[in-house]
Design a protein around this ligand. Structure first.
Ligand code: ZN
Length: 207
């Protein structure tokens, strides 16, 4: 089990289709282990953690009772390599009662789906003839081939790298995310605003 667990991240992150015939180290992986791996993959791709032990960090309703040092120590508990593997980091603040009780219409999933569908098709078209189906599956080679930035995008990316010193993995993740943001804007080139948005989704501690 340990061997599987230690290699699971590379298997899981590639979004393999679930199949009972999958083999690992020459041996067929049983359905049960495969559902375990699938479950772990979902947890990894939807990781959630509080910004501090009391969960009131940056909240408007109550003040956080921890010192800056204690918070930094708490946040460091998530290891760098794990943070690197998460595509999008978003800080979600506590929601006030007024917002929870707000009855105004928010965008429904059908509308969001209509916006995402053409982007998925665009990506399928991009990876035609390869084993890949979407931007998230790109490795360093594909990133080099498909994540072309224009001059402004390159300039910003260079500045971000000089300032934030990302790991190679984090750097590729930013480019892949910028590629998707550019796809949402129907842009063939990755431009400065796409890079800026992607960088914003890296955690504030490092990149
Ligand atoms: Zn706190």
């Amino acid at each position: 089990m340990e061997a599987i667990a230690s290699s699971s991240s590379s298997i899981l992150m590639k979004n393999l289709p679930l199949s009972a015939n999958f083999t690992f180290a020459g041996e067929a992986v049983s359905d049960r282990i495969f559902s375990y791996l699938a479950c772990l993959r979902d947890i990894l791709s939807n990781s959630y953690s509080h910004a501090c032990p009391c969960s009131f960090y940056n909240a408007s309703v109550k003040e956080c009772s921890y010192t800056a040092i204690a918070i930094a120590r708490y946040q460091k508990k998530i290891s760098g390599p794990l943070i690197d593997r998460i595509d999008i980091h978003v800080e979600v603040l506590r929601v006030d009662y007024e917002k929870l009780a707000d009855k105004r219409q928010i965008e429904d999933s059908k509308t969001i789906r209509a916006r995402v569908q053409p982007v998925r098709e665009r990506q399928l078209e991009r990876f035609k003839g390869t084993k890949l189906t979407c931007n998230a599956e790109m490795g360093p080679t594909e990133v080099r081939e498909f994540c072309q930035t224009d001059a402004s995008g390159e300039k910003l990316l260079k500045a971000a790298v000089q300032q934030l010193h990302p790991s190679a993995r984090a750097y590729h993740r930013v480019l892949k995310l910028a590629r998707t943001i550019a796809d949402l804007a129907s842009s063939d080139m990755i431009m400065a605003n796409h890079v800026a948005e992607a960088v914003q989704y890296r955690p504030r501690v490092g990149m």
